[in-house]
Design a protein around this ligand. Structure first.
Ligand code: SF4
Length: 297
């Protein structure tokens, strides 16, 4: 039986050293029990902070001059306070906090149940960054089932397509694992083919490593390290070419950018809402403000 879980306050508010981003932790823990992951055992069951408390933290961060708020958690999509989910929280923050600031969601998990979140994000284009990091983990349904992931590749693709339809030029990033136990060459090829169709703007590739106490650690068909290394190399190269294609697709577009730092050569560096690195001579820009900038790569 599930144990009741207490709300939490630990490390709820983090400040980015350049005072341009405030990290607001809204959720902790995970109930998903993916077969390779230690997080549900190590960090406990899902729990969320009270919505009013999150709202107060966000107000405080905007009043303190942070132009970007980043909502964080193990899986921010699991946020839930008294029946109100992440889309309710996003909607409330966007409506209730005036001023020039923007909101970024981190650590989102794809789910066929989350289409409402996409609609809410799209309703606030001036506020919500066109950015989602949706951990895919594998592009073969057989391996996804063995991983105990909660979606099929078809559902994942439908979610990504809806995100792109509702928020054109959105930055879709993902995590993938190579060398999960039982992953054959055919599974890997299938994974690469699916990932290619997703055209991610960034891809984090991980080689599977055994975590004691998880079901996958006991599975047969552990993949040799040399094979994992080669598959890792192939997918990383694919990730780099997809990232380059995304950058190319944005050339000439006017993007809302927050410049954060100035280097020793007088160049200001910042990030667009769709998470592209942008640089300009510091004399041309203002730091820690949302400014429209033409993307030149
Ligand atoms: S991989 Fe993510 S969703 Fe799966 S159990 Fe770990 S933290 Fe939860």
């Amino acid at each position: 039986m599930d144990e009741p879980v207490a709300p939490f306050r630990e490390k709820a508010f983090g400040r980015f050293p350049f005072r341009s981003r405030a990290f607001i932790k809204i959720q902790e823990g995970c109930n998903n029990f993916c077969s390779y992951c230690i997080v549900p055992y190590a960090r406990g069951r899902e729990r969320s902070r009270a919505l009013d408390e999150v709202l107060a933290d966000c107000r405080q961060a905007v009043a303190a001059g942070f132009p970007e708020l980043v909502l964080t958690g193990v899986n921010t999509c699991a946020y839930e306070d008294d029946g109100r989910g992440l889309n309710d929280l996003v909607d409330l923050l966007c409506r209730e906090i005036p001023g020039s600031w923007r909101l970024r969601l981190s650590s989102t998990e794809p789910s066929p149940d989350n289409f409402g979140l996409l609609e809410t994000m799209a309703r606030h284009p001036e506020r919500v960054c066109r950015f989602l990091h949706l951990a895919l983990q594998h592009g073969s349904d057989r391996i996804l089932r063995a991983m105990n992931r909660r979606y099929t590749t078809q559902e994942y693709a439908a979610f990504a397509a809806a995100a792109r339809r509702l928020m054109p030029d959105i930055h879709l990033g993902s995590d993938v694992i190579v060398g999960f136990p039982g992953e054959t060459e055919a599974d890997f090829e299938q994974s690469c083919a699916f990932i290619r169709t997703m055209q991610f703007a960034n891809l984090h590739v991980f080689s599977y490593s055994r975590r004691a106490g998880t079901p996958a650690a006991e599975m047969s068909g552990q993949v040799p390290e040399a094979v994992k290394k080669e598959r890792h190399r192939v997918l990383e190269a694919l990730g780099e070419s997809m990232a380059a294609a995304f950058r190319q697709s944005q050339l000439g577009k006017i993007l809302p950018v927050i410049f954060e730092t100035i280097d020793g050569r007088g160049i200001a560096h910042g990030w667009s809402d769709n998470y592209l690195a942008v640089s300009r001579p510091a004399r041309e820009v203002e730091l820690r403000r949302i400014v429209p900038v033409e993307y030149r790569g």
